[in-house]
Ligand binder design. Structure first.
Ligand code: KMH
Ligand code: ZN
Length: 307
């Protein structure tokens, strides 16, 4: 039976509270969402911190620690904090969570790109909090900076903390960056890629593009890497299905998509996890447990984190 690692990305930094009342941003709500998603079958949860008062993205070490330790107290799920952060954070702020909390795994963004959210402003009827509109509009001139000097700094810290990088790939050229970083000795096996599709500035979420990236990764990195896909909005489910059929894993969650189906907001990332698992079971696959995910990705173990 082929095992599929399902990740739930709980809140992110792309959506804002006015887009869905279900987007979690208080510490308790994010912890609850992690536990619900794990109970629904996710082996991994991907975590961003937010300011509990207004939902704005936060890099507060205190909030991250509360969230990660709160989840750990209630579940054995693998926790992958972000080092992508948000458009308003410096690289130092983005990386701080790794050095402070020594997680089993953390995201590692493999290259620079335009990361534009501004078109969505037109779709929001009314903003609840003053920061939201300016934040989204500001991305018209935002470059998500991940040059090689900073990639080296992120990986040095992750290697020191024995934190597995979940390597975020936003476009096919970034697979080249991964190859370079392996050759330089910064990235070590097993390599775990997350293809992030459908960001304005990155590769569009089409089946052709996904198959192309998988093929290029196999060409450059060999056959023994692991990979997952996440895709923005309505592409979340189609890209996931194609990826699982190709031997990959699947990330769902409100970070990437607020909907469960056309016109129906998901009340929780757990609903998307349940739907993904219904689909993969129909196709003859089973979700990996958290310990199976630890084995597949060779993680150091929950007893070796600092939270
Ligand atoms: N926010 C997604 C586009 C990260 O947090 O470092 C990809 C992501 C990266 O989850
Ligand atoms: Zn993220």
């Amino acid at each position: 039976m082929s095992k599929v690692i399902i990740t739930a990305a709980l809140t992110g930094a792309i959506h804002t509270p006015s887009m869905s009342e279900y987007l979690p941003f208080s510490t308790e709500h994010i912890i609850d969402e992690a536990v619900r998603s794990h109970n629904a079958g996710a082996a991994v949860v991907h975590v961003h911190a937010r300011n509990p008062k207004d939902g704005s993205p936060s890099s507060s070490g205190e909030i991250f620690k509360e969230i990660l330790s709160g989840i750990k107290a209630k579940s054995k799920v693998v926790i992958t904090p972000t080092t992508g952060g948000s458009p308003t954070m410096t690289p130092q702020e983005r990386l701080a969570v790794v050095s402070a909390l020594k997680p089993e795994m953390a995201t590692f963004n493999a290259g620079s790109l335009n990361f534009a959210l501004y078109p969505v402003v037109q779709k929001v009827k009314e903003f609840k909090y003053p920061w939201e509109k300016a934040y989204l509009e500001g991305t018209e001139s935002f470059i998500f900076s991940n040059h090689f000097a900073s990639l080296h700094i992120y990986l040095k810290a992750m290697n020191e903390m024995n934190t597995r990088p979940e390597i975020e790939i936003y476009d096919v050229g970034q697979i080249n960056n991964v190859d370079q970083l392996i050759r330089e000795g910064y990235l070590k096996k097993p390599i775990y890629l997350q293809f992030v599709m459908g960001i304005l500035g990155g590769i569009p979420a089409t089946g052709d593009n996904l198959l192309y990236m998988i093929r290029e990764a196999k060409k450059l990195l060999g056959e023994d890497f692991k990979w997952s896909v996440c895709a923005a909005g309505r592409f979340q489910f189609p890209m996931g299905v194609i990826n699982v059929l190709e031997g990959g894993f699947w990330r769902v969650g409100l970070e990437d998509n607020l909907y469960l189906e056309k016109g129906v907001l998901a009340k929780s990332s757990a609903e998307q996890v349940e739907k993904a698992i219904r689909i993969i079971r129909e196709l003859g696959y089973e979700p990996a447990t958290e310990d199976e995910a630890r084995e597949i990705l060779q993680l150091k173990g929950i007893d070796k984190v600092n939270y």
